[in-house]
Design a protein around this ligand. Structure first.
Ligand SMILES: [Zn+2]
Ligand SMILES: [Zn+2]
Length: 507
């Protein structure tokens, strides 16, 4: 049983709610990356498992757009120093293309969700506050301020300052949401009185004039949406951590049972430079050690990205290495589940397509020729089939460009690589001459026939197959290694192949 069904069964047994609400939330303070995506994939999987089991369930995502910009991240221009402490929804887009800072990082992520086929109800925290959805919770929190402070101190062991307030006013003069002290409030008028460190004294409305401190905000959100299930990074799950605090706040202040928690381990980014030791780092937007979701989706089909994350139980960490290990996972997926893409695209393994697009040098019409030569039946009149193929080929090209290790890359040499062939023995060259005979009348052999032929020639000439491979790779690619030889030879234009092998033999 997939872990998502096991979790769904446990939730159904534990909570008798009529409708389950699975909640997610990511702060759009920088590019939303593959590490962040785990929360979404887990929530989506559990939501699907609930629905499949016949339970009513919603899947929601709340963007923490009303959170302050904590510091000027390295990717921000120097003048963004001035925006520290302001809510992300109220800061201009650093690149000027969206309505706000928050939208600039949120929108590409929402587009990625579409590509991934994940449907969630999307909410923005600033809009929730401005619409008044939090008013009742803010009143409760202010009225029970002392009890709240006691809970936070007891659970987290953190003593709060005397002027602490559960509500953080948004200063109308400096625009910061983390700099003012609450001096009093009026529950009937629904406003607080504050003094800001900038010198301003003002009045802030419960409707968008500020927000609840985040541990309280989290618990308030559970009640507002009726959240029953929430996945979150394991750092929040430590004893005395934010989930423990949230649970106490939810139970004792808001009179609502905390959701069923699904703490999950991190996704670590593994990078392996060939010949060097692998480097493993936590993904972080602020440190630049991450791959944004919208970027990886240019090089990896969405079903693969989902597979890579959902095949691992939430309590196990994932080492994400977008180079060869990712290619191996694509192999595994295509072998054990289904080929990526419909029609001919689904029949050509991704790994093989990696070879074909390199032979075609990025030209789609050449790619179609190469595909036909390598023995696949192509329906050239079928537009849908060509579209799917083009899509898969683009993934292959982008993966090659961005993540492939040098060992997978090759370049078909337009001219005979004379210099490189100097390292090839006479005997090896003679074998190339022999192989040229098998291309007759513009006809080449199939991948399997080529493979067998090479071993047959090896046995007949007493040259090791390995040496024959080296010779033919050098003649074609200018280096002693390359993709599977049978596939390579079968994919090449027979006339080119014959001439190249003959020329190499004569050298
Ligand atoms: Zn933008
Ligand atoms: Zn101020």
């Amino acid at each position: 049983m997939h872990w998502s069904f096991a979790i769904a069964q446990e939730i159904i047994a534990k909570r008798k709610d009529k409708t389950h609400v699975v909640a997610t939330g990511i702060t759009p303070s920088g590019a939303i990356h593959v590490g962040n995506l785990r929360e979404i994939i887990i929530a989506d999987a559990v939501h699907s498992a609930l629905v499949t089991t016949g339970v009513n369930a919603r899947l929601i995502y709340v963007a923490d757009s009303f959170d302050p910009l904590r510091r000027r991240y390295p990717f921000l221009p120097p003048d963004y120093e001035a925006h520290r402490g302001k809510p992300l929804s109220e800061i201009p887009d650093p690149e000027g293309c969206h309505a706000s800072y928050a939208e600039h990082y949120l929108q590409p992520f929402l587009d990625s969700l579409d590509i991934l086929g994940i449907k969630m109800e999307i909410f923005r925290a600033d809009e929730l506050y401005k619409s008044g959805m939090y008013v009742a919770m803010i009143k409760d929190a202010l009225a029970k301020k002392d009890e709240l402070a006691r809970i936070i101190a007891d659970v987290s062991g953190r003593a709060l300052p005397g002027d602490w307030s559960p509500f953080n006013p948004l200063c109308k003069v400096c625009g910061r949401i983390n700099a003012a002290v609450v001096k009093g409030y009026d529950l009937a008028e629904e406003e607080v009185y504050y003094e800001c460190t900038c010198g301003n004294k003002g009045v802030a409305s419960f409707r968008g004039g500020g927000k609840l401190a985040w541990r309280i905000d989290w618990a308030a959100r559970w009640k507002i949406f009726g959240v029953t299930i929430e996945p979150f990074g394991k750092d929040h799950a430590s004893p005395g951590g934010s989930f423990d605090t949230g649970t106490q706040i939810s139970t004792h202040i808001f009179n609502y049972p905390a959701p069923y928690p699904i703490p999950f381990e991190h996704i670590l980014l593994k990078t392996t430079a060939e010949g060097a030791q692998a480097k493993i780092t936590a993904m972080s937007s602020s440190r630049g050690t991450n791959i944004p979701v919208h970027e990886i989706l240019e090089a990896v089909p969405p079903e693969i990205l989902k597979y890579v994350i959902s095949r691992v139980r939430p309590d196990k960490h994932i080492e994400f290495d977008p180079s060869l290990p990712l290619l191996n996972l694509i192999d595994e997926y295509e072998r054990e589940i289904v080929g990526v893409g419909t029609g001919i695209a689904g029949k050509i393994p991704f790994r093989h397509l990696i070879t074909l697009v390199q032979i075609a040098r990025g030209d789609f019409l050449t790619l179609l020729e190469v595909i036909k030569r390598s023995g696949f039946e192509l329906h050239e009149q079928d537009e849908e089939e060509l579209k799917e193929l083009k899509k898969k080929a683009r993934y292959a090209e982008n993966w090659l460009r961005t993540y492939a290790p040098p060992s997978v890359k090759f370049e078909l040499q337009r001219e005979l690589p004379k210099e490189e062939l100097q390292g090839v023995s006479e005997a090896q060259k003679n074998v190339l001459g022999l192989l040229a005979h098998y291309v007759q009348g513009g006809m080449t052999l199939s991948a399997e026939e080529w493979h067998n032929k090479i071993y047959e020639v090896a046995a007949g000439t007493n040259i090791e197959a390995r040496e024959i491979f080296k010779g033919l790779y050098t003649a074609l690619l200018g280096k002693p290694s390359g993709p599977r030889a049978g596939w390579l030879l079968a994919s090449l234009d027979p006339k080119f192949l014959k001439e190249r092998f003959e020329a190499a033999a004569k050298l």
